[in-house]
Design a protein around this ligand. Structure first.
Ligand code: PGA
Length: 255
């Protein structure tokens, strides 16, 4: 059985220590004792230390939203995976569509970051997903396959087992348009088949694949009910403690 994982991607919000603390003060008591679902909060870099202090005695794991693939040196404005490790970060989101589309990050760059994150023992959450025009042209599977070939290039079985994949159709991110559970499940099955061919069936069945894109308390349950959807990566709705808590509760497969 794969343990569901719910990530809160705060993006460029709640980035001051005070905003972060206020948010976590509300969330921590709500999710107290929940261990059947992995919960990750990815704050802006400026709030990581404050978040760490508040999360260290809870089950909630701390995540960053990006990193560079070098540990130190002349890389103005970049963040070292080593810095992240040192301040208690356990997860890192890589290849988010906003990194790809706004900051022109390629699959190749994401692959380098991914290998470095694994080397540093950070747990990567790697995002893939198609644009609306690609879906409408019937190219979704081709795009997903290409992204996975490039992003997961040269990863061993041991390495891929540590990766959480987030399928995030770009047309559903921050738009209020969610993929239907059937649309999402279809791509999740495709991703698992790809992994099964590249590695083996057992490996593919162990890897967690999250859905992301306008997840809300009202649609979370139907998405998470699908066999191949192992939780979600949540943007907007993770900024409200109560909404995020409802989404976490929706990830309990047994209900
Ligand atoms: P959203 O963002 O939930 O606001 O659509 C999801 C994401 O970008 O990870």
């Amino acid at each position: 059985m794969r343990k569901p994982i719910i990530g809160g991607n705060w993006k460029m919000n709640r980035g001051t220590p005070e905003e972060c603390r206020n948010m976590l003060k509300k969330l921590i008591p709500l999710v107290k004792g929940i261990n059947a679902v992995d919960i990750v909060i990815a704050t802006p870099f400026t709030a990581l230390t404050s978040a760490y202090e508040m999360l260290k005695n809870t089950y909630i794991k701390l995540g960053a939203q990006n990193m560079y693939f070098e540990e130190k040196g002349a890389f103005t404005g970049e963040i070292s995976p080593n810095f992240l490790k040192t301040i208690g970060v356990e997860y890192v989101i890589l290849g988010h569509s906003e990194r790809r589309n706004i900051f022109n990050e390629s699959d190749g760059l994401t692959n380098k970051k991914l290998k470095k994150a694994l080397y540093m023992d950070l747990n990567p959450i790697v995002c893939i997903g198609e644009h609306l025009e690609e879906r409408e042209a019937g190219d979704t599977q081709q795009i997903i396959k290409f992204q996975m070939n490039e992003t997961f290039k040269d990863l061993t079985r041991e390495q891929i087992l540590k990766v959480v994949i987030a399928y995030e159709p770009i047309w559903a991110i921050g738009t209020g348009k969610t993929a239907t559970p059937e649309q999402a499940e279809e791509v999740h099955i495709f991703i698992r088949e790809f992994l099964s061919q590249k590695y083996d069936k057992e490996t593919a069945n162990l890897i967690r694949i999250q859905y992301g894109g306008s997840i809300k308390p009202t649609n979370a349950k139907d998405l998470f009910k699908k066999e191949n959807i192992d939780g979600g990566l949540v943007g907007g709705a993770s900024l409200d403690a109560n909404s995020f808590f409802q989404i976490i509760k929706a990830a309990f497969k047994s209900d």
